[in-house]
Design a binder for this molecule. Structure first.
Ligand code: ASP
Length: 592
């Protein structure tokens, strides 16, 4: 087997190569035999070109060409000619040319592949088991090429803006930052554990203490969470931090960064500044802190319309200071069975029930509870849901404000999707600002940080109830997906200690977990803030892909499994002993 250096790429053959001799290497896409001619489509990363073999061109190469099968790896030399009129393939960039092969070397043979690369319905486990084959598909090549271009553009922009690219440790301390971290046993200090970094958060803050002023990193983050549909145990984010700035400066850098990358990679002009909305407004209008504002469909508060209601379940909700909200669907003209279906869908989303009211023929009130509603109810709705009229429907959910609005928010997304209300081809960016500082976790009955415990509270927080304190935190949303988030951080130790206390930590616990931070805050700590953007999600949305797994070279399955290498795997007792570890009997069994 010989190998001759390539003179160009398969997809790069053009007019200027006509008549010249080229050497190419790549994979056989397919072989076709026509009488005395054999055609091969040869593919490399740059694209594809047609090769022709015949005994007139070169007898030896032609004979060998009969051995070729899909995915063999070849090295060829030949002459570039123009294809005959009528045989030009307009779908291929090189479709006007072909290569008359004078020498063929087979560099590697391929057995029939476990799946056909053209098949769009391949089981995902199988795709991931043979990811290196799956990645040969043009769409996957494109996805990773978009990812590469975006990351390069980000680096380019940040470098020119004076940001330093600094790596931070992956093996770090197990700190309660919000999510659950992965633990890594130490062999040298048996019985102790590192945690895999959930994000470079504390390190980047300490880099500000160190005086670097502008830091970024394309950082790998690890979170050991129960995996939801589109999460990965390890993911990549663009992480950055700046000193001596306020929220507007961080947001402005991010806006310019996004505009720069979109222009560079997709020639898209982004209108700046981006839209902004407070958390309260977003939740009140859309029932979400990451609203998809590509379409309207706002939530209407119709609590007042039911002030005199005879419906006892609504009366008790009102007595408990609950709220009644609705989605107003203009000219939906749903049939009775469609409406029943929507009730079932709302229940699948977690609603106990959903009420609908429709203005039928001649504005006749239609609803499962019609006989309990006042006859003028359509007129009332006409005021709260401006213009409510014949053919219109409202979907109503009642309960506590948080729960019912959250459900309406989810129902809103489903309705928009199913009724085709989402315009295609839009990139709808939005800042959400003024987040609550704390969130009550009903399960653990404790207050947790909505962003993370290093986020600075807004001015006047000392006088407020914990639930009313707002944070200097912001998220950036794209098409209803949270793209990233960040905040201005606390930089003085008293405030930090107070926030830890409000999160239920004793001073000893705070010292034990975050003593290094509290100390750094007493040794000259500049005001600072930053943000992180999920690169996988960003690429997914820009490459128009259905899942982040489509834009990650080697992702895990939704259950955190790597079918290619078969990780995670049990390890031998001998290995565990080196770490001073022993499995519980039950765990040993399930691992086998
Ligand atoms: N560290 C945060 C995160 O990973 C982002 C930030 O506050 O900069 O979500």
């Amino acid at each position: 087997m010989r190998y001759y250096s390539r003179t160009t790429g398969c997809g790069l053959i053009n007019e200027s190569n006509l008549g010249s001799t080229v050497t190419l290497a790549g994979w056989v896409q397919r072989r076709r035999d026509h009488g005395g001619l054999t055609f091969i489509d040869l593919r490399d990363r740059s694209g594809m070109v047609q090769l022709v073999f015949s005994s007139e061109i070169n007898k030896q190469a032609h004979e060998k060409a009969h051995e070729l099968r899909s995915e063999f790896v070849l090295n060829i030399t030949g002459t570039v000619i123009k294809r005959a009129d009528g045989t030009i393939n307009n779908e291929l960039a090189t479709g006007a040319f072909e290569i008359q092969v004078t020498s063929l070397d087979i560099l590697n043979r391929a057995k029939p592949l476990p799946f056909n690369l053209d098949d769009t319905q391949i089981d995902e486990e199988l795709r991931l088991k043979y990811r290196y084959l799956d990645l040969r598909k043009p769409q996957m090549q494109k996805n990773l090429s978009v990812r590469n271009a975006l990351i390069f553009a980000m680096r380019e922009f940040l470098h020119h803006e004076g940001f330093y690219d600094i790596e931070t440790p992956i093996l770090t301390k197990d700190t309660p930052e919000g999510a659950r971290g992965f633990l890594v046993p130490s062999r040298i200090k048996a019985g102790s554990f590192y945690a895999l970094s959930q994000s470079p958060q504390l390190y980047k803050q300490l880099l500000m203490a160190a005086g670097f002023e502008r830091y970024y990193q394309i950082a790998r983050c690890f979170r050991d969470e129960d995996l939801r549909a589109d999460r990965q145990p390890e993911f990549t984010q663009l992480d950055l931090e700046m000193s001596f700035i306020g929220e507007r400066e961080v947001q402005s850098v991010i806006e310019q960064l996004i505009a720069y990358t979109l222009k560079k990679v997709f020639s898209i002009e982004l209108q700046l500044p981006l839209k902004r909305m407070t958390y309260d407004e977003a939740f009140n209008t859309y029932g979400s802190d990451k609203p998809d504002t590509r379409y309207e469909l706002k939530i209407n508060d119709i609590t007042a319309d039911f002030a005199d209601t005879q419906l006892s379940f609504l009366r008790s909700i009102l007595q408990a200071s609950g709220k009644i909200g609705c989605l107003y669907l203009k000219q939906a003209r749903f049939s009775r069975s469609e409406l029943d279906n929507w009730v079932a869908k709302a229940q699948q989303l977690g609603a106990k029930g959903m009420l609908w009211i429709k203005a039928g023929e001649n504005r006749q009130l239609e609803s499962p509870v019609a006989k309990f509603l006042p006859t003028d109810f359509i007129d009332r709705l006409e005021k709260t849901c401006s213009g409510f009229d014949q053919g219109d429907v409202v979907f109503i959910i009642a309960g506590s404000y948080e729960e019912s609005w959250e459900l309406l928010g989810r129902l809103r997304c489903l309705v928009a999707k199913e009724l085709g209300m989402i315009p295609e081809g839009l990139l709808d960016f939005l800042w959400i600002t003024d987040f609550p500082m704390f969130e009550f976790n009903a399960e653990t009955k404790s207050w947790v940080a909505k962003h993370h415990p290093f986020t600075a509270p807004q001015a006047g927080w000392e006088e407020k109830n914990q639930r009313d304190i707002k944070a200097r935190a912001y998220d950036i949303v794209l098409n209803g997906v949270e793209l990233g988030g960040g905040s201005i951080r606390i930089h003085d130790p008293e405030r930090q200690a107070k926030v830890f206390e409000m999160l239920g930590m004793t001073p000893e616990q705070a010292e034990n977990k975050f003593g290094f931070l509290l100390e750094a805050q007493q040794l000259g700590f500049p005001p600072h803030g930053g943000l992180a953007i999920g690169i996988d999600r960003f690429v997914m949305l820009l490459a128009n892909q259905p899942s982040i797994r489509e834009v990650i070279a080697f992702p895990k399955t939704a259950r955190g499994h790597d079918p290619m290498m078969d990780a995670p795997t049990p390890v031998e007792d001998k290995r565990l002993r080196e770490y001073g570890l022993k499995l519980l009997p039950k765990v040993t069994q399930s691992a086998e």
